[in-house]
Design a protein around this ligand. Structure first.
Ligand code: KIV
Length: 280
């Protein structure tokens, strides 16, 4: 199902790497088969993000997401993709302990979901793990800047890398690139820093709340579709307002049921004449 766009040939992590400095890399998240089918023809890369915990499961942050949830949503997304590169997040607590722990859980994600690569959060301190995974056939997308799994140590979802802190984020980018990541997500950092990182490192930078100069962009699909009426981060552009449309549709259905306008004649099935006994 491509809804008007012809399928593209499948992308691989080396093909994404080769897009450094080229045509912008289009990325979105997906967590379900129908959304994966919608985004596939339009996106180069689809991320099964651990944001699924907040977006679909009502969790307050991503810390409560576990490997089973990522496997379940990864399997669903796999069924909906034909050409986009599929990346699945390693959730909190499944990779930080050691490169070996990261390998074991990344291999589970790849085996169970059929994803092409994994993503993990962290820069300098995760470089050893990224090198360990990439040398063992697991392509890794890194994630630096605001890393949501560290929300408690950051004290909130704050812009990272402002002022003198910029050096640390730049160093993170350099280290994950050197360790072998095929791309790096840069979240919520000043535009000037994202530009500097993009020109300094030789792997594609994928921005979210970063800069138009990044090699690609990613958004949480439910954010850009306007599935939440209440809250919109500054870096999200709404391309639709589905929450409002859905609410209006649900209210209209409720009104139709209460006033017996639904189901109408066209929604019910006819029967042969006199086949139903008279009431009473
Ligand atoms: O989990 C997620 O959706 C992400 C993106 C916001 C990059 O990590």
């Amino acid at each position: 199902m491509t809804y008007g766009k012809a399928p593209k040939p499948p992308l691989s992590p080396p093909a994404v790497l080769a897009r450094k400095g080229g045509e912008p890399i289009v990325c979105l998240t997906a967590y379900t088969t129908p959304i994966a089918q919608l985004v596939d023809a339009h996106c180069d890369l689809v991320l099964v993000g651990d944001s699924v915990g907040m977006v679909l499961h009502g969790l307050p942050n991503t810390l409560g997401v576990d490997l089973d949830m990522m496997v379940m949503h990864g399997k669903a997304v796999r069924r909906g993709l034909k050409s986009a590169l599929m990346v699945v997040d390693l959730p909190f607590g499944t990779y930080e302990e050691s490169p070996q722990q990261a390998f074991r859980n990344a291999a589970t994600l790849m085996r169970e979901t059929g994803c092409d690569a994994v993503k993990l959060e962290g820069g300098v301190h995760m470089a050893e793990t990224i090198a360990f995974l990439t040398r063992r056939a697991i392509p890794v997308m890194a994630h630096i800047g605001l890393t949501p799994q560290s929300v408690n140590t950051f004290g909130g979802y704050k812009v990272q890398g402002r002022g003198a802190d910029a050096h640390a984020v730049l160093r993170d980018a350099q280290d994950v690139a050197e360790a072998g990541a095929f791309a790096v997500v840069i979240e919520k950092v000043p535009d000037i820093l994202a530009r500097r990182i993009t020109s300094d490192v030789d792997i594609p930078t994928i921005g979210i709340g970063a800069s138009a100069a990044c090699d690609g962009q990613i958004l949480v699909v439910d954010d850009m579709l306007g599935m939440f009426a209440d809250f919109k981060p500054k870096f999200v552009k709404r391309y639709a307002h589905l929450a409002g449309d859905a609410e209006r549709a649900i209210a209209a259905y409720a009104e139709d049921v209460r006033s017996r306008r639904f189901p109408a004649a066209e929604h019910v099935f006819g029967d042969l004449p006199a086949s139903v006994p008279d009431a009473g």
